[in-house]
Design a protein around this ligand. Structure first.
Ligand code: FE2
Ligand code: FE2
Length: 222
């Protein structure tokens, strides 16, 4: 029973992570396209986002290998488990896929909002990994511990480019209500979605890897 519980918990955790890492680097491809368009000469900013994108792809591949070693496919979780999906949906009233990236990058008000959303999401990710590294169930799995240690090391460089842009352009820091939205999304996932998915006997596995349908450009960048 304990073994089943642990395996199911880690399975769900891995599935939510692989979804979020994949969502992370594919969404950053669009941010990159837009930033290259608006700031073609800001090589440092572009390079920092490219590094962020490469790290998220690396995290995705670490979880993919973890699943390959288990001999399983991830559970089929969707965008309702994506922190950045929910954050963008709430703040922009549009799913990420329908967000007009050029609109966002050419409008300072929208771009600063996006920078705050990405920065808060990354900081949330860092704190979450710190918690998971001490989690008794996660400690059962040395492979996962290794992955979370690498993520913890990478994470601080992920919010820096967006915080840097906000500072350089004299834009404000996130306000209490933006922190509240971030906390709400996190507790919704932890207290509502995770238990429901955990107990759902009909939750299927994916039949393909999340990157099976990546745009050729995304693969080239990797
Ligand atoms: Fe990541
Ligand atoms: Fe990250």
């Amino acid at each position: 029973m304990v073994a089943w519980f642990t395996r199911r918990y880690l399975d769900l955790l891995g599935s939510i992570y692989i979804y979020n890492e994949h969502r992370g680097y594919t969404a950053l491809d669009r941010v990159l396209e837009a930033v290259r368009f608006r700031y073609p000469d800001d090589h440092a900013f572009i390079a920092a986002i490219e590094k962020h994108r490469a790290d998220e792809r690396k995290h995705y591949l670490m979880f993919r290998r973890w699943y390959e070693k288990r001999g399983q496919m991830p559970l089929s979780v969707d965008r309702t488990c994506g922190h950045i999906d929910r954050f963008v949906e709430i703040m922009f009233r549009s799913p990420i896929d329908r967000l007009d990236t050029i609109d966002v990058i050419t409008n300072d008000r929208l771009f600063e909002k996006l920078c705050r959303v990405i920065s808060l999401t990354e900081k949330r990710g860092y704190r979450q990994v710190e918690i998971l590294l001490k989690h008794p169930l996660v400690q059962h799995d040395p492979g996962l511990i290794k992955i979370f240690r690498i993520i913890k090391q990478d994470e601080p460089s992920h919010w820096e480019p967006y915080d840097g842009w906000l500072r350089a352009n004299r834009k404000r820091e996130p306000k209490w209500w933006e922190h509240a939205v971030d906390a709400f999304i996190h507790s919704e996932l932890l207290l509502l979605k995770l238990p429901i998915l955990f107990l759902d006997p009909g939750l299927r596995r994916r039949s393909d890897w999340p990157d099976a349908h990546d745009r050729p450009q995304a693969l080239a960048l990797a």
